[in-house]
Design a protein around this ligand. Structure first.
Ligand code: THG
Length: 609
């Protein structure tokens, strides 16, 4: 029986803390629990057996720290394969009827750009352990206790490269503030992980069950995927230098049903939980079925700390166009020189003016675009929390950006050309990005019908290559109206039809329409209003233009994107008050705090599950 099939029928019970049992059996403080797979196998078998007898149906191998850097701390990296292989065999021997999940914890270092470990190195470290676990025949892979999107992304990419049809569970740890220690909220985590193609999204460790309940609810509302929850036995307490978990197990187990009602389909325990606790959970959930959740899959883009949905009923998404050297000599020079000052100023200004996302294009002839893209993606994230649109004609530059970007990026762009699809589709899939699909191929079709044919062939290609259509936003082509008057008009029909025929959102790069004509803002705003009337969901615009901002605010009233006219009223009242007081532009929205580095768990901690 396959784990994912089982989850459609009933709740699956997961085991509890391994560390608690091993310490009780004499594991010395500071000794790697993973080494006991070789040194004291009977203790491991006994611990697994106790959990299986208590009712656990998914048993996690004793391999939380059995990866290169963590084992190296004990001089045991040479035994990596043996430790992982032995762990799977021991779990299988202890619980022959259970699903065996190969357990993968944080790698014991910090990923770039915050730390020193590059994306490829991270993938390599995870792959080494995952290869050993898969080779030993696990029924699932369980990546857990992750607090950094960049790191979980590397782990998931490594798993996806190797796992074939073996199910993948990816679980993050949220602190008492409801975000991970690097600032990611549950909805954003769910969007990124779903983009990467995991099978189950989990929450484990860090807090007791009460604080986890709302996190499970938020994940379950953001994704249709099954949700796993493994609470600690309350919050950690320090007793004479030893961390203990003291919540009575009745109090922990009483949350089992509320977890399932909130959307969890797998329930187990983390630090401090014991077989007795798992038995109480299993009893409470006997015969309980997972809740049927009807969550529409919608296109989302995220940064590390923000999720922006794009589509029908969501607010119109203004993507800032300014980080683009086309037609800007000084800006292009700054990029050529490797200076980020102008990019940062534009990023900040567009954020303060209310852009919901930022396009990042550093395409200057004869520069190393991949290197500049890396620099720009890192720099922009230091001054705004906005999701980024990674924009380049070169697949190498797109990949360079995606490898340093923790969120779910939007890639700008693919089109109907075979070569471009072949280059960019694997990147979208690998890094879990969403993508802008331009409705053009070797030529830009004038007629809507021809653009729709391209849309259809792009979707067919993507779906054939494992990219579902809920990742795709169609760029309906805002053509230069002075050059192609009917072409620009056909764009409006294209917007209506791509949404109707394919259910995908529609966007356009608005400022294109006005090239060559005077008073461009008048044309841009007017076209934008008409396009929003036809159903446009997002646009690349100049967010510093007051005319554009007013047009979006007003047109949102007529397209179901501003319930109760709240945004419009706030914008106009705020603006009026501000102008009266200081004769100044509207204030920026507040900037969320940067990732709390000091709050990061110690990279080489010896934490055990
Ligand atoms: N679709 C998608 N991506 C795109 C476009 C699109 N990316 C590029 C472009 N079109 C959208 N971005 C811009 C950015 C700037 C201008 C127009 C479109 C522009 N710039 C001024 C100029 O060239 O005169 C210079 C601005 C300045 O000096 O600050 O007009 O359609 N997917």
């Amino acid at each position: 029986m396959n784990l994912l099939k089982t989850l459609r029928e009933r709740v699956v019970i997961v085991d509890g803390s391994m560390g608690a049992l091993l310490q009780a059996r004499g594991l010395p403080a500071g000794h790697a629990p993973d080494l006991w797979n070789l040194e004291n196998p009977d203790a491991i078998v006994e611990a697994h057996r106790q959990y299986a007898q208590a009712g656990a149906e998914l048993i996690l191998t004793n391999t939380f720290g059995a990866s290169r850097l963590r084992l190296a701390d004990y001089g045991a990296h040479g035994k990596l394969r043996d430790i992982n292989k032995a762990a799977v065999a021991l779990a299988r021997r202890a619980a022959p009827g259970a699903f065996i999940g190969g357990d993968i914890g944080p790698l014991g270092g910090i990923m770039a750009p915050t730390g020193e470990i590059s994306f490829d190195e991270g993938v390599g470290i995870f792959a080494e352990q995952i290869r050993a676990l898969l080779g030993a025949g696990v029924d699932a892979l369980v990546i857990e206790t992750m607090f950094d999107l960049m790191e979980i992304k590397a782990a998931v990419v490594a798993a996806n490269d190797l796992r074939g049809a073996v199910p993948l569970i990816a679980s993050m740890t949220f602190n008492a503030g409801g975000v991970t220690d690097t600032g990611t909220d549950p909805v954003t985590a769910a969007a990124v992980l779903e983009g990467l193609g995991v099978d189950v999204i989990g929450v484990n460790c860090s807090t007791g069950p009460e604080a986890m309940l709302p996190i499970v609810e938020r994940i379950a509302a953001a994704t249709a995927l099954p949700v796993m929850v493994e609470p600690n036995a309350g919050l950690p307490v320090n007793r004479g230098g030893v961390t203990v978990f003291e919540m009575p197990m009745e109090n922990v187990a009483s949350h089992a049903r509320p977890f399932v009602e909130a959307g969890a389909a797998l329930v187990g325990g983390c630090c401090g939980t014991t077989p007795d606790y798992i038995r109480m959970v299993a009893t409470a959930l006997t015969g309980v079925k997972p809740k049927v959740r009807d969550i529409p899959r919608a296109l989302t883009i995220t940064s590390r700390q923000l999720t922006v949905p794009i589509g029908e009923g969501s607010p119109f998404v203004k993507i800032g166009e300014k980080i683009n050297p086309t037609g800007r000599k000084k800006f292009a020079e700054s990029i050529r020189d490797g200076r980020m000052d102008m990019i940062l100023a534009d990023a900040r200004a567009q954020y303060e003016a209310g852009a919901a996302a930022l396009d990042v294009n550093v395409g200057v002839p004869l520069v190393d675009e991949a290197a500049r893209m890396r620099q720009a993606i890192v720099a922009v994230q230091n001054v705004t929390p906005l999701p980024l649109v990674i924009d380049s004609s070169y697949a190498t530059a797109l990949e360079a950006g995606l490898q340093l970007y923790p969120g779910r990026a939007l890639v700008n762009s693919i089109n109907g050309e075979r070569e471009r699809l072949e280059q960019v589709t694997p990147l979208i899939k690998r890094y879990g990005a969403s993508v802008i699909a331009l409705l053009a191929a070797d030529e830009i079709p004038e007629r809507a019908a021809d653009r729709l044919r391209i849309a259809e062939s792009i979707l067919r290609y993507l779906e054939d290559h494992g990219v579902p259509r809920d990742r795709v936003i169609f760029d309906c082509l805002a053509l230069v109206v002075s050059a192609m008057q009917d072409g620009a008009r056909q764009t409006l029909d294209t917007i209506r039809e791509v949404r109707r025929q394919f259910g995908c959102p529609a966007m356009a790069g608005v400022s294109n329409v006005s090239f060559g004509l005077p008073r461009r803002e008048v044309i841009n705003s007017s076209f934008l209003a008409m396009a929003m009337g036809a159903g446009l969901d997002a646009a690349i615009v100049n967010p510093l233009s007051e005319e554009i901002n007013r047009t979006v605010a007003a047109a949102s009233l007529f397209s179901g994107r501003d319930p109760g006219c709240r945004v419009y009223i706030d914008m106009m009242e705020e603006g009026a008050k501000e102008r009266a007081a200081h004769n100044a532009p509207p204030p920026p929205p507040p900037l969320p705090p940067p990732p709390a580095r000091s709050a990061m768990p110690s990279p080489r901690g010896t934490r055990t599950r």
